[in-house]
Design a protein around this ligand. Structure first.
Ligand code: ZN
Length: 146
């Protein structure tokens, strides 16, 4: 694994690790108002998606898809948001975020302005789904096994 001194994702996990593959890890982002927020972080320090080989591009998106499917299956979100920026940490990663019409920012992005107060009851219900969700995430990612 190639790593860079001073890179947040080379020097730290970037969240609570849910699954580790030789080429990537999936972490829970631990954003308090967004329990259904995961990140896929590529193991090697590469900045751009096109830095990956064609085979690894496929693996990466199959893994993103597996997390998306698990979120849909268990949490039944209003929408899934996928995003890859890397402007702050230029180390290849994808944000995979379950969004709900009741969440604080919907329909704005996670990075946008809040639209409403926290719905503590629904947030708590979503948090309670995480153990089952993460079991499904691990099952789906294990099946990839590339
Ligand atoms: Zn890095």
């Amino acid at each position: 694994v190639s790593s860079i001194v001073g890179c947040a994702f080379c020097e730290a996990e970037g969240g609570r690790v849910v699954f580790r593959h030789a080429k990537f890890r999936v972490v829970h982002a631990s954003e308090p108002n967004f329990p259904g927020f995961y990140r896929l972080i590529w193991a090697n320090h590469l900045a751009e998606f096109s830095d990956l080989s064609a085979t690894d591009q496929l693996l990466c998106m199959q893994a993103v898809t597996a997390v998306e499917q698990a979120l849909r299956q268990v949490c039944q979100p209003s929408k899934i948001n996928l995003a890859s920026f890397g402007n702050v940490v230029p180390h290849l990663h994808w944000h995979i975020i379950a969004r709900f019409v009741w969440d604080t920012h919907f329909p704005q992005p996670f990075w946008g302005e809040a639209q409403r107060a926290v719905d503590a009851t629904r947030l708590h219900q979503l948090q309670n789904q995480l153990p089952v969700l993460e079991k499904v995430i691990v099952e789906k990612l294990t099946q990839l096994n590339t």
